[in-house]
Structures are given as C-alpha cells and as structure tokens.
Design a protein around this ligand. Structure first.
Ligand SMILES: C[S@@+](CC[C@H](N)C(=O)[O-])C[C@H]1O[C@@H](n2cnc3c(N)ncnc32)[C@H](O)[C@@H]1O
Length: 281
C-alpha cells in the first residue's frame, strides 16, 4: 500500500478530529495530535484509506467504524498496583504521613481521588493500601474514582477481575481483600464501600477540593501541551496543602503547577503540595 498521509497541520486532519469529537462526544482537539494520528493511521490501514479526507468520508458513512475507532482511542490498560514501587512508597510512607498529619483532627478521614480510573484497579489498589497502612488507626477513607469511559466504569463497579490483573497483588492481600469466583477475583464489599465511581470528563467538569491525595496516572500522556499544563494546575488547586499528587512514570509536572509542588519522590512521580503559597487558580 502507498504511504499514508502524515501532515497533522492540515484542514483535513482538523475536520477529521472535529467529526470524531462530535460523534464520540469527547473533545479531541485537546488531545495530542501525534496520538490521534497513530490511531487514525491504524484504522486507515485496515480500511484501505490513504488520506485523512478519504478516511473522513468513509467514517461519515459508518457507525461501525466510529465504534472501532473509539475503542482504539480509549486506552484503558491498567492493573492492580501498576508500577509496584509507587505502591510501596504509598503504603510505607505517603499514607502513614497523611495519617500522622491528621491524627489530632476531630474527623479522622482521608480523601483520595483516582482521576482516570479506567476499569477500577487503581482506586481499589488505593483502598487496599489505605487499609494496610491504617490497620492500627481509627481512620476513615473516601476514594473518588472517575473516568470519561462509561463502559469502563460499569466494569469497575462490578469489581471482578481475571487473574492477570492481580499480578502485583500479594497472597496476603488476595486472601484478605478478594473472593475467588469461577476462576476470577472479586473485590470484597469492605473495599468496594470505600470507593465511589463517577463519570467525569477531566478536561471539562469542575473538580472537588481538599483532596489529601490525587492519583492521575497515564492519562495526561494523551493530551496536548496546553491541556497538560491546565490540568496539572487544576489538580494542584484541588489538593489541600501538604496533599500528594501521583503521576504516571512518563508524565511530569509543568509550569505553573511545578513551582507549587515539592518533588517528594521524583523517580516515582510522587509530588507534595507546598505550604504557604497563594494557590488561587
Ligand atoms: C491508560 S488508562 C489509566 C488507568 C490508571 N490510571 C492507570 O494508570 O493504570 C487512561 C484512562 O483515562 C481515561 N480518560 C481519557 N480521557 C479522559 C478525560 N478527558 N476525562 C476523564 N478520563 C479520561 C480513559 O478513559 C482511560 O480509562
């Protein structure tokens, strides 16, 4: 097959992006153009379309094609305790630090947010880490888990996983926090009760405030530079002073959010909000 059209700065690419945004209901103009091109190319190859405008015509006539493209654009890959070392830091350092800081409060409660939770493995891992860290403490925890993908959220609410999703879960954790059902692993009610799933477009909807910890991992990589900058600034605005932000291993904090955060564990992308700065956003 002859080469596929590459230029992402054309009217045709813009029109294709607009059509896809309208049909899927997600504003892809804020996503990285290179990410979009990779996904468009994958479908153009299969459907035999060489140019963005011919693929646009093809797509306009086909509901089936838009569903296939949507599946490609939505990257839901995740697992329990993804990047294990991050979870060691959470359990042994971050969560105990948060508990210690609030031990004299009247309401002994931590507030976490898993932003871009996909099929739920991340917020449930947060719940397990919290319970493991707070065993001897009389603390409560609310975990908000949000995603733009409604199908992923339904799967998450069910909370039943194939064995490969639990590769990083210890035997002890399996025994205490899961039940085996027909060869799959179901999270127990004790874990489920801590997590509230909600449908949110992180680029559009307002955020709650005063989180002790926000995990926003492997989501920003798909956005353009401006959207990444805005998003990190808004995430920092939603953290309380001294709260933690965890990003994906290939993600980083951008200006102006960068100046408001301490590099708590840079290699593992754990940041902590500095105290005493004017945080109005
Ligand atoms: C690769 S998963 C990351 C899952 C988990 N955080 C992890 O690191 O394992 C990225 C998730 O971001 C979600 N997402 C993409 N764009 C979004 C948006 N604008 N608002 C909310 N979620 C979004 C996708 O639906 C997907 O479930």
């Amino acid at each position: 097959m002859t080469e596929l059209e590459k230029n992402i700065h054309t009217k045709a690419f813009k029109e294709l992006t607009e059509e896809v945004s309208k049909r899927i209901g997600v504003d892809y103009s804020t996503y990285s153009k290179k990410h979009l091109r990779r996904r468009f190319h994958a479908r153009m190859r299969v459907t035999g379309q060489r140019t963005f405008s011919s693929y646009l015509s093809y797509l306009r006539d086909s509901d089936e094609e838009i569903e296939k493209l949507k599946k490609l654009l939505t990257v839901n890959v995740t697992k329990f305790k993804r990047d294990e070392e991050v979870w060691d830091i959470l359990r042994e350092d971050v969560i105990p630090t948060l508990i210690e800081g609030k031990k004299d409060d009247i309401f002994k409660r931590l507030k976490f947010w898993s932003a871009g939770c996909a099929t739920g493995e991340e917020p449930y891992s947060l719940a397990i880490s919290f319970l493991e860290s707070s065993m001897l403490e009389n603390f409560d925890c609310n975990i908000l888990a949000t995603d733009i993908d409604k199908e992923a959220l339904s799967f998450a609410r069910r909370g039943v996983y194939p064995p490969k999703a639990l590769k990083n879960v210890t035997e002890h954790e399996k025994k205490v926090y899961f039940e085996k059902r027909d060869g799959e692993w179901a999270v127990t009610d004790k874990i489920k009760e801590l997590v509230e799933f909600r449908h949110i477009d992180i680029l559009k909807n307002d955020f709650e405030k005063n989180f002790d910890l926000i995990s926003c991992r492997n989501l920003m990589i798909y956005f353009n530079t401006e959207a990444k900058s805005n998003l990190t600034e808004r995430l920092v605005g939603s953290l309380r002073e001294g709260g933690f932000l965890i990003l994906g291993m290939s993600e980083t904090l951008r200006f102006p959010a960068r100046d408001k955060m301490e590099k708590y564990h840079l290699r593992r992308r754990v940041f902590r909000k500095k105290k005493g700065i004017d945080y109005r956003v």
